[in-house]
Design a protein around this ligand. Sequence first.
Ligand code: GRF
Length: 220
Amino acid sequence: MYRLAVLLSGRGSNFEAILNAIKNGYIKNGEIVVIVSNKSDARGLSIAKENGLNAVFVDSKGKNREEYDREVVNVLKKYAVDYVLLAGYMRILSPYFVRSFKDRILNIHPALLPSFKGLNSQRQAVKKGVKFSGATVHFVTENLDDGPIIVQSIVPVYNTDDEDSLGKRILKTEHKIYPLAVKLLTEDRLKIDKGKVFVDWDEAKDFYVTNPKIGGKDEV
Ligand code: GRF
């Protein structure tokens, strides 16, 4: 059983999706051992508590980035965490953090990376007039939104979209691909080679981006 930590700052819907996937047996080889947040009022922390999970608020007040991250890394070590899942965690990780969990941190980003890195990706996509966008689960490196890509989902972008409508469409697919990525990770089916992820798809290929259930109009 791999020991997972989820780091979040807000709503926590991706955390919920992963938790449900563990509960219903889709993710078999991982358990969430701690949830950490930099926001005391994050909805995700309440969900964690309601589910009887360890929920830790780490206050960032008066600490520089590395001091803060050292505190978080200490919490993760205390819980003997194997993998760190960033799920709406609104802080940039210090090199110290990334090196402490090298190739063991995942993030989800609401765009088809390498497009629209950083904040407000949905707004950037609408503004640019792209015809498709989506979500990306990737390993975290020291460069923002730049690590090896594990899975992506695709959604159409309509002329009538604003960032909210597009964001909702993307979010639905996030809730599928993040659990998928965690499933693959905890079944040792991901290999990183020269900055690329190679996936042992097997039956999981049914859930890959080509499946209309993830990207298609039926689901949006
Ligand atoms: C998601 O859109 C995710 O892609 C981005 O932050 C948002 C978090 O949403 N990194 P939630 O807290 O998981 O509901």
